[in-house]
Write a protein that binds this ligand. Structure first.
Ligand code: HEM
Length: 496
């Protein structure tokens, strides 16, 4: 009898669950919108973080449904997600109708994981208050002040490349460029000499890399946290590994205490954060707010730029004519500036801008830009209403590889970014730094450090592809950022 009751209850619960799930999965169908058929439980996320890079996964839906409507509806597990396809809609979401999409709706939990409450994750007014306070740290005037700090690290990069070219003659370009950008951010953000270019075991480097290479959760689980973030927060889930939280918390605490005790100012990002923390301004930043922003400058700042550098060197190794043209351009502009690597010289390297833009087109570090519908939104020109709480994934990787906007869209061609070609495309066809009020706050800084890394790497060295690099590249997506299985190895040869 008891057995029969248990069995009947299990059957009833299973049937109720399946019916409820079918109802959830009919969300887009009932709206009459184009949608991708979901599979049991996973929705449309099957394979993400295992076979698929998240940019490539969404690209499949983008291609399949392009031309059928302004967006396609998909599911992350049981949660409906809208993928805009029409570029006017993309522009409206990011800029014109920002008030309907002012949050990313990402998971964070400041109580159990103080690193997680940063600009990228904070919602609404909390994001606005901190963004307004931090924006002055990234003006072009500030970049000019910081520039010599980057050049100092570039000298060490030059020494390292020289050492490798005379000894091993092959370089793991991701490793070396990650060390360069970790050292740059270490000095520009914290005033610390990380020196990972010389110290193979450097803790800054290893902990920083582990944020992306050994994240606490895989991409699939991260999407799950995103979909059920309120519950996850109540249950005390964290974003980062305990050792990462411990390392950054104690390092930043020591830097802040030391600077305050010794009245030290270095003109770097940390000065600005400390002033916002104790400077007697309205609503000062709490220590945990300072900590989270210092952390995001470090992690967002080094990984995205080193990934851009690695892909750029890779493409230049595969395209020797463009590599030579870039090197000649660098030498010509440096010649006009007395051979000195100055802020002005780097600003004048217009062809280098094109080479970087083309790299960011093919390999945007973030494959999708995320938003949440923060109030019901009627999609212009249609009767579709996107309900408050729906997630939005803007498919940047897919758009930037769409042959409608970029002919021969998978080939590396810096001429895609001549002034004339830029003008001939819709505005939203190229957005590696995002756009609108949530646009990357560090874009200027990023361009500066990537340019200095390229000038230093290309001036005196030539690169070809090593047999150790698997082709075609197999992109991975750990923690939402674009990476490569097995790394990228290049042969390096000193030119003079
Ligand atoms: C090549 C390098 C970089 C790329 C491609 C990149 C890309 C992005 C993208 C796509 C976003 C989201 C934009 C959106 O949702 O519309 C973003 C946001 C952000 N980035 Fe970057 N980034 C880079 C470097 C940096 C650096 C160097 C820093 C800091 C020093 C930084 C700090 C941030 C922060 C704090 C946000 C959140 C901004 C907000 O929501 O207010 N990024 N970045």
């Amino acid at each position: 009898m008891v057995f029969l009751v248990i069995l009947t209850s299990i059957v009833c619960l299973t049937v109720t669950f399946v019916l409820w799930m079918r109802k959830r999965f009919s969300y887009w169908k009932e709206m009459g919108a184009p949608y991708e058929e979901p599979s049991f439980l996973y929705g449309n996320l099957k394979g993400v973080g295992k076979q698929d890079h998240d940019g490539q996964l969404i690209e499949k839906f983008y291609r399949k449904h392009k031309g059928r409507g302004p967006f396609v509806g998909i599911f992350f597990f049981l949660v409906p997600v809208v993928v805009p396809i029409d570029l006017e809609l993309v522009k409206n979401i990011l800029i014109r109708d920002f008030n309907y999409f002012h949050d990313r709706g990402l998971f964070y939990n400041e109580k159990d994981d103080p690193l997680s409450g940063h600009l990228f994750t904070l919602p609404g007014l909390r994001w606005r208050r901190i963004r307004n306070k931090l924006s002055p740290a990234f003006t072009s005037g500030k970049m000019k002040t910081i520039f010599p700090l980057i050049v100092k690290i570039a000298r060490r990069l030059e020494l390292k490349l020289n050492e490798i070219s005379t000894s091993e003659s092959q370089v793991d370009i991701k490793d070396i460029m990650a060390r360069f950008t970790v050292d740059v951010i270490g000095t520009c953000a914290y005033g610390l000499e990380a020196n990972s270019l010389e110290d193979g075991q450097n803790e800054f480097f290893h902990v920083g890399m582990s944020v992306f290479e050994n994240p606490r959760h895989g991409t699939g689980f991260t999407f799950l946290l995103l979909a059920f973030r309120e519950y996850a927060r109540k249950l005390g889930f964290k974003t980062f590994r305990d050792e990462v939280i411990k390392f950054y918390s104690s390092t930043i605490r020591k830097v802040v205490d030391y600077r305050l005790a010794n009245n030290i100012e270095r003109g770097d990002f940390m000065d600005i954060l400390i002033r916002l923390h104790v400077g007697g301004n309205e609503e000062p930043l709490t220590f945990n707010e300072l900590l989270a922003q210092a952390f995001v400058f470090h992690s967002a700042g080094f990984e995205t730029s080193s990934s851009t550098l690695q892909f750029c060197f890779y493409e230049l190794a595969c395209n020797p004519v463009i590599q030579e043209q870039t090197r000649s351009h660098i030498n010509e502009v440096l010649g006009e500036h007395g051979g000195e690597l100055t802020y002005e010289a780097v600003a004048d390297m217009k062809y280098l801008d094109q080479v970087i833009a083309e790299t960011l087109r093919l390999y945007p570090p973030a494959g999708n830009h995320i938003r949440e519908v923060t109030q019901d939104y009627k999609v212009p020109g249609t009767d579709f209403i996107l309900k408050k709480g729906t997630s939005v994934m803007i498919p940047i990787y897919a758009i930037q590889r769409d042959a409608e906007y970029f002919p021969n869209s998978t080939s590396f061609n810096p001429d895609n970014f001549t002034e004339e070609n830029i003008k001939s495309r819709p505005f939203a066809a190229y957005l590696p730094f995002g756009e609108g009020p949530h646009m990357c706050i560090g874009a200027r800084f990023a361009m500066m450090q990537v340019k200095v890394g390229l000038v230093t790497g290309l001036r005196n060295y030539k690169y070809t592809l090593s047999e150790r690099t698997g082709r075609p590249l197999k992109l991975q997506s750990k923690f939402f950022l674009t990476n490569v299985d097995g790394g990228i190895w290049l042969n390096i040869e000193r030119l003079k």
